[in-house]
Write a protein that binds this ligand. Structure first.
Ligand SMILES: [Zn+2]
Length: 407
């Protein structure tokens, strides 16, 4: 994400240059008014609406009839037409919204006071001059430094003075998280999340309550006759409650994500595996409510339903977005063996889904999900270590191993 910032500097044109700037400004104003007139006429006489593209297509012809337009940078002229287009669109938008709107105004001598190089045709020299295509090189007073990448250049007259306004695009500063601490997170069904420090994040009670209510509403819906008015009403109610739960869940995700991002510089998740999940029976969606229906293979489908509803993907996305601004790193590791591996000795022991306790011959005893969260954290730190190694590797070594030198 980047932001635009405007930098305004005073220009010191020579007398000749000032006349030239005024000339360009006058031609731009004339073009602006002509473009407005054309739109107005087309609409009044034929109810036609003329857009930017059609007007811009006429520029070559205009340059032939009026050679003085050849002396103006093409993108500057295109920008004039775009301004007219903007004014027109704003006018119609206000009318559509039922507001009182004045027709875009024809611009008199003193009113139209700037023109813009929207992309190119301008540059700054080392000795503080701005080069404008088809105009020349004009002295600028750079009273403060311009930051970022220059995107546009606008020349503006204010009374007797001339100014140049650059917009600079600025990349956000790199943020470093104050904490170097890492946390591994196992997302689950029993607990919403189990952390590598042994704590858990539970689904909030209001959410569980709302889900129970939704379940009742769904049962009521299923008893209504297909195609009946009552069924439609019940379906609407189910839909409404479903949306409500979705919003509540999102709030919950935001709140928990904020806590994680505030507390930890490194956050490690398991990669979600949609491919694995789809091997199980695909949950059927009710056409009326968008709710997931049981589909025969009830246990597996039930798990699927819960996974879909738990919104893990959404939670990971929210954490990732917040982390970007806070300077935390979010890592995703393979879920392979995270539950099976012993976090104490590293040996792998198969576990059934129902086995809630991890007990190893090495003496390691802890909650199944806690064990998994520790493994997730460890895998994340390993990933980070590899990344840092790759970055700090002496360049000579990297060169020796490059395929070009191995002939
Ligand atoms: Zn062990």
């Amino acid at each position: 994400m980047s932001s635009l910032k405007a930098y305004k500097y005073r220009l010191y044109p020579t007398k000749k240059q000032a006349i030239r700037l005024q000339e360009v400004l006058d031609r731009c104003r004339e073009l602006y008014n002509a473009a407005l007139q054309e739109r107005k006429d087309a609409y009044r006489m034929a109810h036609l609406s003329i857009g930017y593209t059609q007007q811009a297509a006429q520029l070559p012809e205009i340059k032939e009839i009026r050679p003085e337009y050849q002396d103006i940078y093409s993108q500057v002229l295109q920008d004039v037409l775009r301004r007219g287009d903007k004014a027109y669109k704003a006018f119609f938008r206000r009318i559509k919204q039922g507001e009182k709107a004045g027709y875009p105004r024809f611009q008199g001598d003193g009113r139209y006071d700037s023109f813009t190089y929207p992309q190119s045709g301008f540059s700054l020299t080392e000795d503080n001059r701005v080069c404008l295509s088809k105009i020349g090189t004009i002295k600028v007073k750079m009273h403060r430094e311009l930051e970022g990448t220059m995107k546009t250049c606008t020349i503006k007259r204010e009374g007797m003075h001339w100014f140049v306004i650059f917009t600079g695009e600025i990349e956000p500063e790199l943020v470093y998280h104050p904490s170097g601490e890492a946390i591994g997170i196992d997302l689950g069904l029993l607990h919403f999340a189990t952390l590598s420090d042994g704590s858990t994040i539970e689904n909030p009670r209001y959410l569980r309550k709302a889900e129970q209510k939704l379940k009742k509403l769904q049962e009521a819906l299923s008893r209504k006759k297909r195609g009946s008015k009552r069924r439609r009403k019940a379906a609407q109610l189910v839909g409404k409650n479903h949306r409500h739960i979705r919003n509540q869940r999102k709030d919950f995700h935001h709140k928990e994500a904020r806590k994680l991002v505030n507390g930890y510089g490194v956050i490690v998740f398991e990669k979600l595996q949609p491919a694995n999940m789809s091997k199980r029976p695909k949950p059927k969606q009710d056409e009326e409510t968008g709710q997931y229906l049981p589909n025969g293979a009830s246990a597996k489908a039930g798990l699927n339903k819960s996974i879909v509803d738990a919104g893990w993907g959404q939670f990971q996305q929210i954490v990732t977005n917040k982390a970007e601004w806070a300077g935390s790193r979010v890592l995703f590791v393979s879920p392979k063996y995270t539950s099976q591996r012993c976090s104490g000795c590293g040996s792998i022991a198969k576990k059934e889904l129902a086995e809630r306790w991890h007990s190893c011959s090495c003496g390691c005893e802890l909650d199944r999900d806690h064990n998994a969260a520790i493994n997730i954290k460890r895998a994340g730190l390993l990933l980070l270590e590899k990344e840092i190694q790759a970055r700090t590797e002496p360049s000579g070594d990297a060169l020796l191993r490059s395929p070009a030198l191995q002939g």
